[in-house]
Design a protein around this ligand. Structure first.
Ligand SMILES: [Zn+2]
Length: 453
């Protein structure tokens, strides 16, 4: 009796990421959007079950892994398909979007992403909630009534399928601990996740991390500390130690990082409020490069900084203030998972993390002593376990989200000069059982899905 397969990946080295399993040569069969079987051996054991419609790919010499999971993405700025496609080209098949306080209310995310290139989960952002409750001043605390409105809106989004809440505390200095506790308790009721862009990115960063730990402890909520490397200049090890001891207390605290020594955000944000250069030990506007608008491609000075901040507050700047060695240490921390923090506002300005995070993270991990299995785990089963989603492992019956790449050639090419350059060496990406990318060419139609918690 023969079984029908839609797609067969024959003879690659398969990383299932099932607990404790080392990679082995196998053929992966796929039907109806799911993995049907993983048959050990390099031989054509699938041949007897082959029907004429089966697309068979010889992937000998390739690594076959679960599609990567991006735990920290932004796909909420009206950027069309650019972020999704940039992630897909790196092997990402699932992302958590709406981070740093920016995620829309869930019905809006659902309407805007009916047909995405990858699987998307969404967070609701505290900035969005504050505006919806008519708190338009980022420096002011919310009233009791405003807090009640925010809780109602968040509860409604959670009921409809949001993954949780994102806090952009550096961006909304007025959000008090009491205010974010109210919101976190709603998320806890739904067993959701709170992702946190912490309050301070300077010498106070350890306190900022402790605030998130206290949030988890006081509200009984799972927390994910966002892009740690970009928030903890010179103090990353202390912050990681604080997280380690919270975990040993049994608190559900996790963190992510992208493998670059510069961050990227809007120049009008509170990040660049008075005194930022002092906070960063003298790193002033000359450490900032405009990547959109009138000053695109230029390092700033106080005069152009002030002009851009006033006239183009939504303009994008890259801040070259972190230390590569410190960031890499963070990426290589055994508990750190990978998040791209990719975003694109449609203004031409972007950070290479948009197109290069995942191959680059693998390179950093390999360089710092990780084997392939351990490195791939940080991009697949580890984030899946944090998010508690059905992804990140290859097994019979699992949704067929798969990356197939050449281990010798898989490398990032994106640079600060050209942040849109896709990586080399990604042979194929399968999203929900369909070949979404083949040798750099996208398929005709997206096959991802807006996912509900
Ligand atoms: Zn952020």
């Amino acid at each position: 009796m023969s079984e029908h397969y839609d797609l067969v990946l024959a003879g690659g080295l398969v990383f299932t990421m099932r607990d404790g399993e080392e990679p082995f040569f196998a053929t992966v069969t796929i039907a109806d959007g799911r993995v049907r079987g993983i048959i050990p051996g390099t031989e054509s054991v699938w041949d007897s079950n082959r029907s004429s419609e089966t697309a068979v790919y010889d992937v000998r010499g390739m690594y076959v892994t679960p599609g990567f999971i991006d735990i920290h993405a932004h796909d909420e700025f009206g950027d069309g398909d650019i972020v999704e496609q940039a992630l897909l080209r790196q092997g990402v098949t699932t992302a958590l979007a709406g981070n740093c306080g920016s995620g829309p209310l869930f019905p809006e995310s659902e309407a805007a992403h009916a047909n995405p290139w990858i699987n998307l989960y969404y967070l609701v952002g505290n900035r969005v909630l504050r505006r919806a409750a008519s708190q338009n001043d980022r420096y002011s605390p919310c009233s009791g009534e405003q807090r009640r409105v925010m809780c109602d809106l968040l509860g409604e989004s959670m009921r409809l399928g949001a993954m949780g809440l994102s806090l952009g505390l550096e961006y909304e200095p007025g959000a008090s601990f009491g205010e974010i506790c109210d919101l976190a308790r709603i998320v806890a009721k739904f067993d959701g996740l709170v992702s946190v862009h912490t309050r301070f990115d300077d010498y106070r960063c350890v306190d900022a991390v402790r605030e998130v730990i206290a949030l988890s402890r006081d509200c009984g909520v799972r927390v994910e500390i966002s892009h740690l490397g970009s928030m903890t200049m010179s103090h990353t090890d202390e912050c990681a130690d604080a997280i380690d001891s919270a975990k040993s207390e049994g608190l559900p605290v996790s963190f992510d990082c992208y493998p670059y020594d510069a961050f990227c955000t809007n120049i009008g944000s509170a990040v660049f409020d008075d005194g930022f250069a002092e906070r960063w030990r003298g790193k002033g506007p000359e450490y900032l490069e405009a990547v959109s608008g009138r000053f695109a491609g230029k390092r700033l000075n106080w005069k152009t900084f002030t002009e851009m901040r006033r006239e183009e507050p939504d303009g994008t700047v890259i801040a070259y203030i972190m230390d590569q060695e410190e960031v890499e240490r963070c990426v290589a921390h055994p508990d750190c998972v990978i998040g791209s923090d990719s975003y694109y506002q449609g203004d031409g300005g972007a950070h290479p993390r948009l197109s290069g995070t995942f191959p680059r993270a693998l390179k950093v991990l390999r360089k710092r002593g990780y084997g392939w299995n351990g490195a791939i785990k940080k991009l697949t089963s580890m984030p899946a376990d944090i998010l508690r989603i059905d992804a990140g492992r290859l097994d019979a019956g699992a949704i067929a989200d798969i990356a197939v790449f050449d281990p010798e050639k898989f490398t990032d090419r994106a640079t600060y000069e050209d942040p849109f350059l896709p990586p080399d060496g990604m042979r194929m990406v399968i999203t929900r059982g369909r070949a979404a990318l083949e040798d750099g060419v996208l398929s005709d139609a997206p096959s991802g899905k807006l996912r509900k918690k």
